[in-house]
Design a protein around this ligand. Sequence first.
Ligand code: GH3
Ligand code: MG
Ligand code: MG
Ligand code: MG
Length: 306
Amino acid sequence: MLASCITQEYTPRVLLVDDTPANLDVLVAHLSSENIELMVATSGQEGLHLALTTKPDLVLLDVMMPDMDGYTLCALMREDPMLTDIPVVFLTAKHSEQDIEHGLGLGAVDYISKPFSMPILKARVRNHLALKRKGDQLAELACTDALTHIANRRFFDQMLDQEWRRAERNKSELAVVMIDIDHFKEYNDSLGHCAGDQCLKKVATTLKAAVHRPGDILARVGGEEFVVLLPETNLANATLMAEQMRLRINALTMLHPSSPSGDRLTISLGAASLYPSPKRVPTDLIDQADRNLYAAKRSGRNRVVA
Ligand code: GH3
Ligand code: MG
Ligand code: MG
Ligand code: MG
């Protein structure tokens, strides 16, 4: 799912991992004056668990811990796609040149040796959090359609790939619905490009309202073309969702004065589903939905073909 870090109120979260409770107490006492939500773990294992479940924006990590040392935890985080973007700062008594080189070599963004200056630690934490936020915002922009603010084609392609592999592993069915606005060229020609843009926003919002399950993804993949990715969904349920979308757009009763088929804005939809296997590729699914969409267009528009 697209996280929204651009527009939402934001309190960064920092995970502190240290096996010595007194060290954690000092950090919590000083960092609690910052606009930060703090979480603490007293072992490497607990740190890994909290990182996975809470997705912090920064980890301050001790090195010497009995169950799993900080170097190991940092290396595990770098290898895990869910954790690899979370910056790690080592905060440790180990201060030799080799220690620091090793820690930074594991992908930590910073290495702070004890004893350290609390004001400098705070300044570094602020800087790392600001960088993390910029990175998150860029990542979100790269996945978002600028006009409608739903997912874009890049994000859709990534998710199709990911869900394809997941469905292949789980032997589950994967469905898509392709959606295209009817006679949109005429809409633009008669009402103007600005009205066309407003219409695209309204259609995106209306389609989005029909997408309820957290794993389902609606994206704008072309000028007036949208697609919904529906994991673990059969053709009957995909068709049902497509029909609900068609009805929601009909219910808007948006005027389309130059439409060759009536005076209201409508959409055509093509649904398809399959069980991913090594003999097939994701474009097989998209191509089938596309063929059904064009069958819907040829047979009169404002309809679903599955
Ligand atoms: P059909 O019912 O067969 O789909 O006909 P159509 O006119 O909708 O399809 P066509 O592909 O001929 O035209 C699509 C139009 O969508 C052409 C283009 O001007 C318009 N369009 C594409 N992207 C945008 C956009 O970002 N904003 C606006 N306002 N119009 C767009
Ligand atoms: Mg320790
Ligand atoms: Mg089109
Ligand atoms: Mg069209």
